[in-house]
Design a protein around this ligand. Structure first.
Ligand code: NAD
Ligand code: GLY
Length: 359
């Protein structure tokens, strides 16, 4: 097992990464300060891992809430199911919420923990690759609104993150690919040697080779922890973690939550960001081809959804959180392995990218 640390002063916490960790009571129980635990999961994950997760906390009062499965349920209505369960079971301010699932469960549980009785503890047990390499680390929590993705939320750090790589054995292939999109992101934004490694090892990742997955998860979490430690609340550098996301969120909102996976939308968005970076002369056309090739080798989409026009992109991107003072800011590649946030591009270049990569 490997332990990484997210270094945030008195809010620092460990990330445990390894095999068979869902059977290791010694790891997580010390992170529960009170006597009560509420495990939040969904109807797909419950039959697979809830019994094991409950056993981790057998010395505590353990209650559970099972949410409907899907991005379309990541909203205030379903968040209320968590609060109702907590109140019905009389959970007090020393309770610990446990997120057992992918990014949807993690973001909702984290937000419930941030707001229940003005803030209680929580633990992340991510079970998708995407949540293991991204959403469980860094403390962004929240829900969607019909008018915009992740528009309601809070920063709230977990007490620890438990990543059991074995839980990926049951993950469907398209969900694995969606997670690989975020893994590729780290290579592009801040770790070119990792990008090179991914180009050479994609077949092994697609085949769920355990050692390759562990290396990819560790390297991704190391990169994310480093960025978050520098800028917890996204005043600056943390924004690079959103490479491809402004385009991607527009795709997700246009398609209706749940129809394109988050990682799929981010994949297409990253190619759009690379294309625009090349139009600015920051990276070579060859590099754009590398980005396209690696996404395709991970079975990710490289073209926006059929029928989504450039005008629709622009309309939706105008409500993104990253729009500052009326000017669209995007994360682009200054070079391969180095991302920056910028509004320093002409509308014509942005339009050219949208026209090039829309149908
Ligand atoms: P998800 O939570 O919807 O999980 C994907 C699917 O896999 C679901 O159907 C889920 O039930 C199923 N599943 C989960 N674990 C499984 C397992 N081990 N075996 C079989 N099936 C399993 O999606 P996701 O990709 O994990 O997360 C996407 C969400 O994360 C989005 O809402 C996105 O906005 C959010 N996100 C948040 C952050 C952050 O920093 N907080 C970062 C990236 C993404
Ligand atoms: N996924 C973006 C962030 O955590 O900041």
């Amino acid at each position: 097992m490997k332990t990484l640390n997210v270094d945030l002063g008195d809010r620092s916490y460990p990330i445990f990464i390894g095999q068979n960790l869902l059977s290791s009571k010694k790891l997580v129980a010390p992170f529960v300060k009170g006597k009560q635990v509420m495990i939040v999961t969904n109807e797909t994950i419950a039959p697979l891992y809830l019994a094991q997760a409950k056993a981790l906390f057998e010395d505590f009062q353990v209650d559970t809430v099972v949410l409907p499965d899907g991005e379309q349920f990541k909203n205030l209505d379903n968040l209320n199911l968590i609060f109702t369960a907590l109140l019905e079971k009389r959970h007090n301010r020393t309770t610990t919420l446990v997120a057992l699932g992918g990014g949807v469960v993690g973001d909702m549980t984290g937000f419930a923990a941030a707001s229940y009785q003005r803030g209680v503890d929580f633990i992340q047990i991510p079970t998708t690759l995407l949540s293991q390499v991204d959403s469980s680390v860094g403390g962004k929590t929240g829900v969607n609104h019909d008018l915009g993705k992740n528009m309601i939320g809070a920063f709230h750090q977990p007490n620890c993150v438990l990543i059991d790589v074995d839980s990926l054995n049951t993950l469907p292939a398209n969900e694995l690919a969606a997670g690989i999109a975020e893994v590729i992101k780290y290579g592009l934004i801040c770790d070119l040697p990792f990008f090179d490694w991914l180009e050479s090892n994609m077949e092994k990742l697609n085949a769920k080779n355990t050692q390759s997955l562990i290396y990819a998860i560790e390297t991704s979490c190391e990169n994310k922890a480093k960025v978050v430690a520098q800028d917890e609340r996204e005043g600056g550098i943390r924004a690079i973690l959103n490479l491809g996301h402004t385009f991607g969120h527009a795709i997700e909102t246009h398609q209706g939550y749940g129809n394109w996976l988050h990682g799929e939308a981010v994949a297409t968005g990253m190619l759009m960001a690379a294309d625009l970076s090349a139009r600015l002369g920051w990276i070579e056309q060859e590099s754009v081809t590398r980005v396209k090739d690696i996404l395709q080798s991970a079975h990710l989409p490289v073209q926006s959804p059929q029928g989504m026009s450039p005008e629709r992109f622009k309309e939706l991107m105008a409500v993104d959180k990253k729009v500052l003072d009326g000017k669209l800011r995007l994360v682009l590649l200054q070079s391969m392995g180095h991302a920056v946030t910028t509004s320093d591009f002409a509308l014509e270049q942005f339009d050219a990218t949208l026209h090039h990569l829309t149908n």
